[in-house]
Design a protein around this ligand. Sequence first.
Ligand code: BGC
Length: 450
Amino acid sequence: MEGDKHEIAIELFRDFHLDAEKLQLIVNQFMEEMKKGLDHEGATVAMIPSYVTGRPTGKEVGKYLALDLGGTNLRVIEFELLGNSEFKVQQEKYVVSDALKTGDMSELCDFIAECVGEFISKHSTDSEERRQLGFTFSFPVNQTAVDRGTLMHWTKGFSCANAVGQDVVVALQDAFHRKDIPVQVAALVNDTVGTLMANAYKNPKTSMGIILGTGTNAAYYEKYENITKWKHDELFEDMVINMEWGAFDFEHAVLPYTAYDNKLDRESINPHYQPFEKMISGMYLGEIVRNVIVSLIDRELLLSRTSSTVLNKQWTFDTAYVSAILDDTTDNLQKTGNLLEKILEVPIETSLSDRQCIQFICQLISRRAARLSACAIAAVLNSTNQIKNNPVVSIDGSVFEHLPHFEDQMREALADLFDDDVAKSVTFELARDGSGFGAAIIAMMAHKKQ
Ligand code: BGC
């Protein structure tokens, strides 16, 4: 990058880089917020008890259905647990239209019930048999039992009416009744809890489940005595907590907001909510990159002051493009050029320095996301005294899986916060699409308990 571009690079680096000192401040604040969430209702980081207490042994057997709503698709899955840490699986994916995501909750539930009905007729020999289902619902839910919970608020582009404050299991179970589909919702499960349990089925040492995908969040085992807000009679050694960490820093106390982040938030369908998620997850990273590019065009510093209708429009810069640009190792950044000119329809021949500048923007924003994710992980592993104990963390989601070097950058940040040995000692196990499987296991555990 020459001339002006050098100046831009310095400015952007200042905006998006987080040094070790800043990381430490974020970790400290995060640990404070965790304590508040464990202590009382209504805290920023909600720290929701999931009612999941045991660990799977891997010896479980039986057939269970799972339903996964909240990522990119709706998935219906049937698992047959074989009793030797193995299982057979059949699954179908269905697209949830924007109209369903923003319509009435009963319509969304009818659609889900129809998909499950279709799945059963397609894959089952006995369509009369009553099935047990684990429902992975990846939104903040105030859980009141393993199979009960009310929606606190929507995230990630969903905004169905008549859902907030309602029990989502009752809403779905009603739809199964309306459609005469013989399914019992035995467990309501956050995707992070599912991801944790899915990995625990094959590796019992797993103590944390993380989603770094369309949204972000984590779940982990917390000791009974630390969950000071727990007011029920039930005793247990430890319980899985659904943290809802995407809400961290609602007060704007510690995260490094730039004008690009604030613009994204202001134009989102849930302004002020999920500030941490908006810096980290796949739904938003591309949009931050787009905001930076468009602002540099407006300042006459990029792409010869030329944009396109596509590039001018909100949400058109998919986070998959960020991955593709970061992956571009061609001499002239030819792939980046094609993406800008063919897909984003920028009507000029882009220069090499423009392409380099855009690749640099993607690097900064993705690296910031990795370092922030590491802060949250460090806070959990530190407060549970696992950091020096070779922790095993189950992790899923497109950001973790597809953004180049994301895991390495998380480790770099862990090394900045602790040291190289600690950073190396954390095992991240990719549990691809694990949340559905985890939900089926929890449904099985809940059903057996009955
Ligand atoms: C939701 C969480 C979920 C996460 C990952 C967030 O937007 O609030 O419940 O676990 O996305 O899917």
